[in-house]
Write a protein that binds this ligand. Structure first.
Ligand code: ASP
Length: 346
């Protein structure tokens, strides 16, 4: 069996791959904007049929809006079909004890199946599924990794700032989340990056040690335990905001803060975005958030700082970041199917 390319985690990326997928996504975004995706452009016409007769199988075990939506629409935009399970472990023979390895071997051999997309709380799930799969497996979010979110994030930075090098990136909130890990690991393939981290001091939600060591081994300057968000953003290029990932917080184990409500107040006080924070950002800087958001990025900021502006001109860029998932999803599928992804990983 030839080597099948899989997307399991962001550390596996490299700069050539990142540049290529961002370029591809930019072209696709343009085609949609100019309406040439569905009109007479011959290249667009070819793309619309690229995955005709092919099927994406979605194996989802956790809730998802954006990632599920972007992969299903991307597959259809390329002429393909989608199928699968939204309660994958409950509704398949996994519930009878079937292994993910066997599951991957079986599903990947059905006629026309060309990609498996899995969201599963266990980081080993995508790896096991990929082991005997004859088609690419995409990790659409596991406990620690969310590699396709990271590509969407880098794409957004490039669309907004016209560059992905020479950046001061401030990350605020729950730094244990998978989106942060994958984003920072992907960012480590960029040059001259400085990262400042701020998390609620009493909640032990700092960046995991292994990520910090990885970043430092790649020459990234990491400043941890920043005290004031309003101060540190003054020379930021990107402010990346994370919601409290309360579904992952072990009950009662957060340092001395018994009460969840109190914990959240502490979280939003320390890490939340306020008028002051946005006012202190340089005009060119952008606020990103993988979404969904809660009170760490309050809706009262939306109108004033341009959350609904479609052009990359306003500071609140998180809905545009979400929109960038569409072209990015198509770019990923195109490159996986054309063999380009595998080539770039060699
Ligand atoms: N949507 C992202 C994720 O699936 C971020 C979040 O849920 O906070 O990890």
């Amino acid at each position: 069996m030839g080597k099948v390319p899989h997307i399991i985690n962001a550390i596996e990326f490299n700069r050539n791959l990142i540049d290529a997928v961002l370029d591809r996504a930019a072209k696709i975004k343009c085609a949609f904007k100019n309406n040439s995706w569905i009109t007479c452009d011959p290249i667009a016409q070819q793309r619309m049929h690229m995955l005709e007769g092919r099927t994406m199988m979605l194996l989802f075990d956790q809730p998802s809006l954006r990632t599920y939506g972007l992969f299903t629409t991307a597959m259809r935009a390329l002429g393909g079909n989608v199928d699968g399970w939204q309660n994958f472990s409950r509704d398949t023979s996994i519930s009878k004890g079937e292994s993910l390895q066997d599951t991957g071997r079986v599903i990947s051999h059905y006629p026309g199946v060309s990609v498996l997309v899995i969201r599963h709380p266990d980081d080993r799930a995508a790896v096991s599924l990929a082991r005997y799969s004859s088609v690419p497996v995409i990790n659409a979010g596991s406990k620690l990794e969310h590699p396709t979110q990271a590509l969407k994030d880098l794409f957004t930075i490039r669309e907004e700032l016209r560059k992905i090098d020479n950046l001061h990136v401030v990350v605020t909130g729950d730094l244990t989340g998978r989106a942060v890990r994958s984003f920072l690991c992907a960012l480590s393939y960029c040059n001259s990056i400085r990262v400042s981290l701020i998390s609620p001091p009493r909640l032990r939600l700092e960046l995991p040690r292994d990520v910090k060591s990885f970043l430092e081994s790649r020459g990234i300057q990491v400043m941890e335990n920043v005290r004031s968000l309003a101060n540190v953003v003054k020379d930021a290029d990107v402010l990346y905001v994370m919601r409290p990932q309360t579904e992952n917080w072990p009950v009662n184990s957060r340092a001395k803060v018994q009460d969840r409500k109190e914990a959240l107040i502490h979280y939003f006080d320390h890490c939340g975005v306020t008028h002051q924070v946005v006012e202190n950002l340089p005009a060119h800087a952008r606020v990103l958030h993988p979404l969904p958001r809660t009170d760490e990025l309050p809706t009262y900021l939306d109108e004033k700082y341009g959350a609904y502006v479609p052009e990359p001109t306003s500071q609140l860029a998180f809905f545009r970041q979400s929109d960038n998932g569409g072209p990015m999803g198509i770019a990923i599928l195109e490159m996986l199917h054309s063999g380009e992804w595998a080539e770039l990983l060699k």
